[in-house]
Design a protein around this ligand. Structure first.
Ligand SMILES: [Zn+2]
Ligand SMILES: [Zn+2]
Length: 1310
């Protein structure tokens, strides 16, 4: 046995063939006999000679000039070919094979065509769809080596290689002998499996190679200790060093896989005593002995020399260890003398007897069990099967026989998976059988642990590719070993990682995505997975003990016990997220659940269907099973001008909010891979229905069309960046050292100032291919070297996105008059344009230093109107009022670039230059970079800030806006959305010109609709302002949901003809979401606030302190009298009076046959501190009149015959409604209204009805007497507030006296 010494590098040490025939060098023609070679033969022989000189010649060295062993090769070829030379074949060198052969191929030197066909056909057995390996006619001659002679030490990795002078290539053999090493062979039958990366292709040696020269001799007999006598050495306490070198013989019972730990490659083998079941472990660790792994065959008998005893530091387990001079020899009984090792010890076997059941038996037994929550024990079996598919090579997962999954990950190196191509046959010995380790995993799993043996039985005959597993930085294996994962968790990890890679490799390239922590920064996949693993594997104490796993007598490994895993979370593709969200939103949906039945009864057709047209539901991560984690690349679409998360499958619009109300403007995040676990997935449902009335709600035939729109909303603080757009942003986000301008008093505004390096050129929708591996690196370094120009500005006004017909100079003819989506912003230039040789230099705001010196003068004149169209529309979601931004023009050194593009907004002839800012169309290639907010400028720029401060928006309070004294038409305020209703657009809206365009854009709301948002100061506060938003604007506005806190800017304040203040959303308005609605209710179908307990107030307190009202106001009051009462049936279509089953409208006649009951009443109430007028509708009228539901039903039915009834307190007023005294119902109602029984104490929940606001403050104060129960009051009474009844409750005696006493206490304090 040669010593594994490393030879110094250099060609001089290439070994000559060991034996060189008889030493006589014969000419290559010598063997041809008398006739002499033909011309073809001559050419062939010339080629052979050339080949031998190039590929096989011995290396030159001092005193060594050996001719190429061509004649030996030819002799060998003749003997293999039955005397003939294979003239149809040509020699190929290793290097030519590597460089010229791109497809898998095989070569069989001696086979006939039929033999080859037969062989190929048999190989297709399990995979008939796969093509067999194509046949090449090549002669391969080379040396077999374990790599020890190469100059690189690391090549000795336990693999075998074929080499010649031109190159070296790994090879796999099914049978190998140690004496073959470093000998020259002819390979009669082999397959070559290339790789795109030439160095990783390999060769499968199908038939034993034929030695070209003679091989080494077998060594002499040596003294041997058989395992049974050697085992006492292992179990005794004798210190290891005292024992001398031993030779041990035995039958190979177990062969461990090659392992590489701490850069040391080794393996274990177990020899069994010939006569008992005693096993001894042998550690093979010298690099020149790793090739033994290819020789050793289970069940064969071997002798190993020069073993020494050793024990493990940690577990003190003992084993034999090979020394440098140890040899592996086949065991021959007559060559061996038994060596006595102390006393012969034959203890009882402690070896666990492994079951070697057939897989099929186990499958039949095991499958009936339902997946239980109890820990299961895996069976240990042996199995022979054919690889039919590579499930995931990096993860070491293969499919055998189309039904079982083989997992080699626990064996670490997987032998580089060479030979394990589809079609190859493997024998698995002592592998763990795991059934359903993961609920979603479809196969039974055979897990090979460190005591399992995987033997390649035959090579694949199919032309199936070889995918080499990553040898270093394989994240699958790294995480498996780092967290000591069991099979269920490992398979879950694999599924997550596969999905992750599949979804995002087209954006970042596989390498950047899966980069493992072997490098300095952990990659995106690791950032995503490690927290998930840490959550499920809390005790990382139990590190995997590899040695114990191999050596312990009682088998112990991570595959023994398992629990079927219900994955704790999932991160499916966005297309699946969208689909699941849509499904959930319609799950168990019925139109009736959207409306309260008491309300719907009184709705006419149009209103009913409109109220059903738009609804939504909120889903969170926990709405899905398992919990759903959102991953996506942040993009902005210039088509829809919205932020979106994107993966390979789909996009999902998203809304990101800051809790402090500052808008999301982090341009630096574009292109980054984000992870969001805390989010709201909103499904807006759009229904087109034609329900005639509420009675038909159950009949879903009236639902004509269902559509949904899904988007996600979340807080910026809940967004985790897994991978920065260009790798740099991430770092600056974390380190946070770049921001000298960070907002001091607000921590949520963290990412505003990133190093702008590489933010340039982050164009929207780059072609995925161009961003692939490596490309972006190169692109970035290019950018670094180029000049760019930047200019800082402040946004003073931003207008909404709409279709405008801009005419840019120079394109008068083509696009004139054509509408295209655009938006514009008025900005103030800060400082002069600046030139940067290096985009990295940017980061501070030198422009501001400059302007602060100039003072205010220089600043105010430099206004410009920015025009965003086409691709630059993507900046819409990032550009906000009061923000300081910078345009960066890449690859540009022209400081006048901005000025050159400006043009006057109106033709020059009608220009009054001083007042109009110049228009600047924003170019597609420009990059926008958000720097900071005006409110965040630090002290040293206070001067600048004070100048700019004038531009700052003033935020009003809702009561201020509502107040009559408010001046100004544009308002900004914040508040909670308490209601969202779809209504018909006001008729005076004249924006019908682009109706057609809006429809094209796929707005899901009819364009003639608008949305009324009720905004209150706080949830359930009675002070509400209404904001109307036309459908045109709605397609860009997301997140306007009840419960959300919103900041509105630049709404138009209007006053209705009832003198109510309301607001409309106009082109220059904008909204930002400060607080997302609470999402504890998975389906918030009822408005929030039901759970709130109302608090009692006094009528006298209502008016002066509107804003101080409690959230759910209620009064304890006395119903004084019913002023008016009206009951009617109206037509569901036209709202005319409906009488005796028909609509009364005649001109034109109405076809409707459905009437709807409606009721209203106006009552006077007092609570001792004041009086109020209360308007009640529908079911509240019944409650006010104290009627039970059946009584109310009967009453309404009676009205049907005459259509309507109107009662009014005191005939004198004469409002034109004539009562018919003879009518029974009218009589009944009138007496009911005048009955003293009606006048009773009630609890009234209300909201303020501000309609008659005009008469406020006009009524003089007066003294009035009040009575409440037994208590009498005299009170000063002002005007009567108008209330809208929300609920009426009767007051029981006990409650009344309690409430009264409570009230007296409070009044006296008052
Ligand atoms: Zn095991
Ligand atoms: Zn009608």
């Amino acid at each position: 046995m040669r010593e594994g010494a490393v030879l110094p590098p250099g060609p001089a040490h290439f070994p000559p063939p060991r034996h060189y025939g008889n030493g006589v060098i014969r000419g290559p023609w010598g063997a041809f006999g008398m006739a002499g070679p033909s011309a073809a033969e001559q050419r062939w022989l010339q080629a052979a000679e050339d080949f031998a000189r190039r590929a096989l010649s011995a290396r030159e060295g001092p005193g060594r000039t050996e001719a190429p062993p061509l004649d030996a090769v030819l002799r060998c070829l003749r003997s293999v070919g039955g005397g003939d030379l294979p003239l149809g074949y040509s020699f190929i060198s290793i290097s030519d094979l590597q460089h010229q052969q791109c497809e898998p191929c095989c070569s069989h030197l001696t086979w006939s065509t039929n033999e080859f066909k037969e062989w190929a056909h048999q190989g297709q057995g399990s995979l008939p769809m796969q093509k067999p390996l194509p046949r090449a006619y090549l002669i391969l001659v080379g040396y077999l080596t374990d790599g020890r002679q190469e100059d690189k030490e690391q090549l000795v990795d336990g693999c075998l290689y074929v080499k010649d002078n031109t190159g070296i290539m790994p090879c796999e053999l099914l049978h190998f002998e140690l004496e073959w090493l470093e000998s020259l062979f002819l390979f009669p039958s082999w397959s070559y499996i290339p790789q795109t990366d030439q160095s990783s292709g390999y060769m499968e040696i199908l038939v034993d190679p034929v030695p070209i020269s003679l091989l080494k001799e077998v060594p002499d007999s040596i003294p041997v200790a058989c395992p049974a006598s050697a085992e006492p050495l292992l179990t005794s306490r004798i210190p290891c060093k005292k024992t001398s070198k031993l030779t041990v013989a035995g039958e190979l019972a177990r062969l461990g896989p090659l392992l590489c730990i701490h850069h040391k490659t080794f393996f274990f083998l177990f020899l069994k005593c010939f006569t008992s079941s005693v096993l001894v472990p042998v550690l093979v660790q010298k690099s020149n002995q790793l090739a033994w792994h290819h020789v050793l065959q289970l069940g064969h008998r071997y002798t190993i020399t020069n073993l020494s005893l050793s024990s493990l530091k940690k577990s003190k387990q003992r084993m034999f260890v090979t020394g440098v001079s140890s040899c592996l020899l086949p065991y021959c009984a007559d060559q061996v003398r038994e060596q006595a090792v102390y006393s012969v010890w034959r203890g009882e076997s402690t070896q666990p007897s492994f079951l070697a059941e057939q897989l099929n038996d186990s499958l039949e037994v095991g499958f009936e069990d339902e997946p239980t929550r109890t820990t299961k024990e895996s069976k240990i079996i042996s199995y022979v099967g054919t690889v039919t598919k590579i499930l995931n090579i990096q993860a070491g997962l293969f499919l055998l026989d189309n039904k079982v999954c083989l997992c080699l990950a626990y064996q670490q190196l997987l032998n580089y998976a060479r030979g394990l191509r589809p079609g190859a046959c493997v024998e698995l010995i002592d592998v763990h059988l795991l059934q359903k380790p993961l609920l979603s995993f479809p196969f039974v799993v055979l897990g090979a642990c460190l005591s399992s043996t995987v033997v390649l039985k035959s090579f694949s005959r199919l032309s199936t590719p070889y995918q080499p597993p990553a040898t270093s930085g394989n994240l699958y294996l790294q995480l498996l070993f780092r967290y000591n994962l069991g099979m269920p968790l490992y398979l879950w990890l694999v599924s997550l990682l596969e999905m992750f890679e599949e979804r995002f490799y087209c954006f970042f390239g596989r390498r950047r995505l899966l980069l493992s922590s072997a490098r300095r920064n952990s990659g995106a996949a690791e950032k995503f997975l490690v927290p998930l693993l840490q959550a499920v594997v809390p005790d990382r104490e139990k590190e995997r003990d590899v040695y114990n796993e191999i050596l312990a007598k009682i088998h112990h490994c991570p595959l023994q016990k398992y629990l079927t895993l219900n994955p704790p979370c999932q991160a499916p593709p966005l297309s699946a997220v969208r689909r699941a969200a849509e499904e959930k939103s319609w799950e168990g949906f019925s139109p009736s659940q959207l409306l309260s039945p008491l309300e719907t009864q009184h709705m006419v057709t149009q209103e009913l269907n409109r109220r059903l047209a738009w609804s939504y539901c909120t889903l969170t991560a926990e709405s899905f099973q398992p919990r759903l984690i959102l991953l996506g690349v942040l993009r902005v679409s210039s088509r829809t001008s919205s932020l979106q998360l994107q993966d390979k499958t789909s996009t999902l619009p998203c809304v990101i909010s800051h809790k402090d109300g500052s808008p999301f403007a982090s341009t630096a995040l574009i292109g980054s891979l984000l992870q969001v676990e805390n989010y709201q997935l909103i499904v807006e449902r759009f229904l087109q229905t034609d329900f005639p009335s509420w009675e038909y709600l159950a009949n879903l035939e009236h639902v004509r069309e269902k559509k949904t729109s899904v988007y996600v909303q979340c807080y910026f603080k809940d967004v985790q960046v897994l991978l920065g757009a260009e790798g740099q942003i991430q770092k600056s986000l974390r380190s946070g050292n770049s921001s000298s301008l960070r907002k001091k008093d607000n921590s949520s505004l963290t990412s505003e100032l990133e190093t702008p390096e590489a933010k340039i050129l982050k164009l929207e929708d780059p072609k995925p291919e161009t961003r692939g591996d490596g490309n972006c690196q190169g692109g970035q370094s290019c950018t670094r070297g180029t000049m760019c120009v930047s200019r800082l500005f402040l946004v003073t006004q931003k207008e909404g996105l709409m279709s405008r017909n801009y005419q840019l100079p120079g394109e008068e003819d083509e696009k004139g008059g054509e509408l295209q989506p655009s938006f514009q912003a008025t900005v103030l230039w800060l400082g002069k344009p600046r030139l940067w040789s290096h985009s990295k230099e940017m980061g501070n705001l030198p422009e501001l230093e400059e302007t602060s010196c100039d003072g205010a003068e220089g600043m105010t004149q430099q206004e410009a109107l920015l025009l965003f169209m086409g691709k630059s529309l993507r900046w819409f979601p990032f550009l906000h009022l009061d923000g300081l931004y910078r345009f960066i023009v890449p690859y540009c050194s022209d400081l006048e670039v901005f000025d050159k593009l400006c043009f006057p907004p109106v033709p020059v002839k009608c220009l009054s230059r001083s007042s109009c800012p110049l228009c600047l169309p924003v170019q597609d290639t420009w990059h926008l970079q958000h720097e900071t907010w005006i409110s965040c400028l630090p002290e040293r720029w206070l001067a600048t800030r004070s100048v700019l401060k004038g531009m700052d928006q003033r935020i009003s309070s809702i009561p201020e806006v509502l107040s009559n004294s408010f001046a100004g038409s544009l308002v900004s305020f914040s508040g909670d959305i308490v209601g969202r209703t779809l209504c018909a657009s006001p008729k005076n809206e004249k924006s019908s010109a682009n109706v057609g365009l809006q429809k094209q854009k796929g707005s899901l709301l009819a364009s003639d609709h608008s949305v009324k948002l009720s905004i209150s100061v706080a949830p359930c506060s009675p002070i509400v302002i209404e904001v109307y938003i036309a459908a045109t604007y709605l397609q860009h506005l997301r997140g306007l949901l009840p419960g959300a806190k919103i900041l509105f800017q630049n709404l138009e304040r209007k006053i209705s003809r009832f003198h109510n203040v309301y607001c409309t959303y106009i082109a220059s308005s904008c909204v930002s979401i400060i607080c997302l609605p609470a999402s504890h209710l998975p389906f918030p179908t009822s408005p929030a606030g039901e759970a709130l307990s109302p608090s009692l107030v006094f009528l006298c307190n209502l008016q002066p302190h509107l804003q101080n009202l409690p959230q759910a106001p209620r009064i304890l009051c006395h119903l004084s009298c019913v002023l008016t009462l009206s009951l009617q049936w109206v037509c569901s279509l036209c709202s005319s009076i409906f009488k005796e089953g028909r609509c009364t409208r005649n001109n034109p006649p109405c076809p409707s046959h459905i009437g709807v009951r409606q009721a209203s009443a106006r009552v006077l109430v007092e609570d001792g501190t004041g009086e109020a007028l209360v308007l009640c509708r529908n079911q509240h009228v019944a409650a006010m009149l104290g009627l039970s539901l059946p009584e109310w039903e009967a009453l309404q039915n009676c009205v049907q015959s005459r259509g309507s009834v109107f009662i009014q307190h005191g005939e004198a007023t004469g409002t034109g409604c004539v009562e018919e005294p003879e009518d029974l119902i009218a009589c009944y109602l009138r007496s009911l209204c005048r009955s003293p029984l009606i006048c009773r104490p009630i609890l009234l929940d209300f909201s303020l009805d501000r309609k008659p606001s005009k008469i406020q403050h006009t009524a003089p104060l007066q003294l009035r007497n009040f009575r409440c129960g037994e208590v009498e009051f005299v009170s000063q009474v002002g005007h009567r507030p108008s209330l809208l009844c929300l609920n009426v409750q009767e007051v029981e005696g006990d409650a009344l006296s309690y409430l009264n006493s409570e009230r007296i206490v409070r009044t006296s304090c008052h």
